[in-house]
Design a protein around this ligand. Sequence first.
Ligand SMILES: N[C@@H](CCC(=O)N[C@@H](CS)C(=O)NCC(=O)O)C(=O)O
Length: 219
Amino acid sequence: MYTLIVGTKDWSSWSLRPYLALSATGQPFQEVVIRLRQSEDNATQTAIRKYSPAGRVPVLKIEAGGKTVTVWDSLAICESLAERHPEAGLWPDDWAARAEARALAAEMHSGFPDLRDQLTMDFARKRPLPALGPKTEEQIARVLSSWDDALAAHGAGGGFLFGRFSIADCMYAPVVSRFATYGVPTSKAVADYMARIWALPAMQAWGKAAQQEVDDGVA
Ligand SMILES: N[C@@H](CCC(=O)N[C@@H](CS)C(=O)NCC(=O)O)C(=O)O
């Protein structure tokens, strides 16, 4: 049995990644949403630390084979799901494409700090594009060219970065949201790719919940 602990959906870019991967496995799961940015009485941290001493969401609790395991990092969660559900094809079948997909996922996981800082995720809202720093510009250009290259090489096989939907798409879906929120200009191929990501039922469900948070005044 799976329990996925995520943060406020409008804001929690890291949480969106495993939510999409877990949804793609088709496995049932329970969800706990922790309200982020509650500094009074350290409420957010207290709530997260009930699940993980690392004090970060997302967290996946796996109860299986007589064990209860906690996985507390978005990429580690995606990897565990890929291993536990090979039939979901969360990584490409071909070893060369898989190696590239892993590199792209890792590049996102460990990089693009200025893009993250300047274009914070605000899933349900549209915002004006701020004046971008040179590093942010560079990082946006790198993301866009890496998507263009992956789509040109593999996209014909299903329309995602490596053809079939994969963890690489999960890792970049929050950036799709950021680019949509701030109206970042893209190539036609990337705009079409972003539309395919938006159309995923799991992405739609996340957006509905994020909109609800905005309506409820918690995001
Ligand atoms: N490396 C982690 C980073 C996760 C992360 O920074 N999560 C943020 C929310 S999106 C968090 O939990 N912040 C703690 C807090 O707001 O107190 C991952 O990929 O899962």
